[in-house]
Design a binder for this molecule. Sequence first.
Ligand code: KIV
Length: 263
Amino acid sequence: MRKKLTITSIKKSKNSKPLVMITAYDALFARLVSQSADMILVGDSLNMSFAGESDTLSATLDQMIYHTKAVCTGAPESFIVADMPFGTYVNKKEALKNSIKMFQETSCDCVKIEGGADKANIVKYLCKNGIAVCGHIGLLPQSVRGEGGYKVKGRTEEEAKQLIADAKAIESAGAFCMVIEGVKAEVAKEVASSVSIPVIGIGAGIDVDGQVLVFSDMLGLFEEFTPKFVKKYLDGASLVRDAVSTYAGEVQKKEFPSEEHTY
Ligand code: KIV
């Protein structure tokens, strides 16, 4: 069994060991990924790959709590990051009330909130009140409707400067690490070297302090669309379809159950 990471060990990993983060939404997959992952993210991406919605916006706090509980149960020795869903941290008071609910009803280790300098006051307030925070800057999936699509960030000098300012603001506010999503690699590299906490990338190139992928993307289970940054380590969807088709064929031909699977 792996030793559970702590906020201190995660911070110390900066410049020494790349962090491995992966999402999980249930106990079954949490148990499977926990052997290799340093941190498990209960991402609100579950609203797309688990619930079948077209974006993350309709995930509710109660749904995130339900999935986070399952992940904590499946991987009790893992460091668990719980995504705060859209609309649950619009101001300091709401953010604290909802994060306390997440902390009280699950055993997650921290919450993740999307936003940069504009959310620094909220990050600071949560940290001051005993809630550990992982930031999330760059492409913010919860802003997809507001921005009219998923837009890669760091394409202009101005955006690059803003990202560095965002990272610094989140760090100063007390976040112990952050995710950087959908950012030009050379800019993500600059961002990572401008702060002293780990910056974990997704679609942000190699020169950051770790990587995160959505499990259903990297296992090839989610087929609706595949962003450029996703590497499929398994053709999960084909494997599942083939297995179910074999099962269906055996049931129809009355080959299953055989003696071996009969009492
Ligand atoms: O919800 C999620 O899975 C995430 C990752 C894309 C980082 O936030």
